[in-house]
Design a protein around this ligand. Structure first.
Ligand code: AMP
Ligand code: GLY
Length: 425
């Protein structure tokens, strides 16, 4: 029997999930709430916001949806999975208690300390004077994080003491992140390259995906402000099977074990961001969902039926599951609105997507893009994800950048060095 699916969310990640689910031999109707201009091409958009749980659950009930797939962090942190389960609706993603590992950095750090998971040394403060004294004692470089969710903007990597002092001022005195900044985590600065790990879990068992790498800073050579992510590659050629095994043993397994011990077994995607330091892998943060743009490259490489593994994860039946991946590499280049991650203008017409989509190996995922009077216009910071696959990383990158040049909108911004470090290694 065909399986009807509802995807919650409306970014590049959700377009990639919808694109992949559409290829499943057992997919029935596919709905995306609220979706975007791209998801409309593979399923039916439903005008309900990702945070409007009651109406999402009503919709799932009414349409007899077999599986609801939750994309973004906010609804997970607010307990959408708990509500769906309470109403007897089948849903994929972690409960509120399990998603707390992303929603509270303080909780995540304490859990890591307890489970012996390698991470930067840290202290947690809720008082500005104490935090300031600690920062002055440790000196720079130092990292300051608002504990709650802050759309990826609550982290200050401070290379000088003055930067650290002004970060504390913004978070704890001016309250720029409101309640998310009531607690701050102050931690040791870690050197090394950053990678993304994704583990698909079902509350008991888990399967690791190949490693991927995002490029979080807005400027080339990893400079400037942090963004949601400017481009990704997978797999990461210099992270071998042994390193991945080490991450599984020292990070993923003990973390999932500790969550279960806390009465919060994790099902869904556990995505630790790691620094590969000279002393081995160290966790920067945990996310309780697919990374975006990482999800876009994973969907391009995944060979196994996505619906099968999401259902196995939701039903607690992952044991013995093997996930197969295509050989070669997948990459993604994010096209952003000029000015992002600060203020930017919206509403510029976007042209050239059709031609770009025809470049061999290329698929374009929509994110911050809307339809106005029948035309595509920019509507967000990250506008499009241009993905490409290839037998080598170089081929995949060349294809993606060829497609990037064919797409135009006023203020189009992208990094020209996605994957460059991995290529040089
Ligand atoms: P987070 O949201 O905690 O992943 O932090 C955002 C970004 O800040 C990370 O992707 C890193 O690039 C950087 N960062 C966070 N913590 C540290 C740290 N302890 N040392 C160095 N860089 C860090
Ligand atoms: N790629 C970064 C994130 O999804 O948090």
């Amino acid at each position: 029997m065909a399986t009807d699916v509802l995807i919650v969310g409306g970014g590049g990640r959700e377009h990639a999930l919808a694109w992949k689910l559409k290829q499943s031999p057992s997919i029935g109707k596919l709905y995306i709430a609220p979706g975007n201009g791209g998801t409309r091409l593979v399923g039916e958009n439903v005008p309900i916001e990702a945070i409007d749980f009651e109406n999402l659950a009503n919709f799932a009930e009414e349409k007899k949806i077999s599986l609801t797939v939750i994309g973004p962090d906010n609804p997970l942190a607010e307990g959408i999975v708990d509500l769906f389960r309470l109403r007897g609706l089948r849903v994929w993603g972690p409960t509120k208690a399990a998603a707390h590992i992303e929603g509270s950095k303080a909780f995540a750090k304490n859990l890591m300390r307890e489970a012996g998971v390698p991470t930067a040394e840290f202290e947690i403060f809720s008082n500005h004077d104490d935090a300031l004294a600690y920062v002055r004692e440790l000196g720079a470089p130092i990292v300051i994080k608002a504990s709650g969710l802050s759309l990826g903007k609550g982290v200050y990597v401070c290379m000088t003491l003055a930067e650290a002092e002004s970060a504390l001022e913004e978070i704890m005195v001016q309250h720029v992140f409101k309640k998310s900044g009531d607690e701050v985590v102050i931690e040791e600065y870690l050197d090394g390259q950053e990678i993304s790990i994704h583990a698909l879990a079902d509350g008991k068992d888990f399967v690791l995906f190949p490693p991927s790498q995002d490029h979080k800073q807005v400027g080339e050579n990893d400079t400037g402000k942090n963004t949601g992510g400017m481009g990704a590659i997978a797999p990461v050629p210099w992270v071998g099977a042994e390193a991945l095994k080490d991450i599984e043993t020292r990070v993923v397994r003990p973390t999932l074990g500790a969550l279960a011990e806390h009465g919060a077994p994790f099902s869904g995607i556990l995505y630790p961001g790691l620094k590969m330091s000279s002393q081995g892998p160290k966790v920067l943060e945990f996310n309780a969902r697919f990374g975006d743009p990482e999800c876009q490259v994973y969907m391009r490489l995944l060979k196994t039926d996505l619906l099968d593994i999401l259902e196995a994860s939701a039903d607690g039946k992952l044991a013995g599951t093997k996930i197969e991946w295509n050989t070669g590499f997948a990459v993604n280049i994010v096209l952003a609105s000029g000015g992002y991650p600060d203020a930017y203008k919206k509403g510029f017409p976007v042209t050239g997507i059709e031609g770009a989509d025809k470049v061999p190996g290329v698929v374009i995922f929509h994110a911050g893009i809307a339809i106005q009077g029948g035309n595509l216009v920019t509507s967000g910071g990250r506008v499009l994800g241009v993905s490409a696959v290839g037998d080598t990383l170089k081929i995949a990158l060349d294809r993606a950048y060829e497609a990037v040049e064919l797409i135009n909108f006023e203020g189009k911004y992208f990094r020209r060095d996605i994957g460059a470090k991995a290529l040089a290694q």
